[in-house]
Design a protein around this ligand. Structure first.
Ligand SMILES: [Zn+2]
Length: 63
């Protein structure tokens, strides 16, 4: 299952890179589970907000 596999993906909070190790092989930081599923809805909204922001910038000729 894809979801099951995703549970094993960890993220280095220092470098924002993904790894399967409990400690980042690059900098040795303790890795964290990246965004629990209950936050996925928030992510959806934040990407929506980014889209709106982008449209604003395009309208102002700044993008
Ligand atoms: Zn790291």
């Amino acid at each position: 299952m894809i979801l099951k596999m995703a549970e094993h993906i960890l993220k280095c909070p220092t470098e924002h890179r993904y790894t399967m190790e409990k400690k980042c092989p690059s900098c040795g930081s303790d890795t964290l589970t990246p965004r629990p599923p209950k936050f996925s809805l928030n992510d959806k909204y934040s990407s929506l907000r980014r889209e709106v922001k982008k449209k604003e910038l395009i309208e102002k000729g700044l993008y």
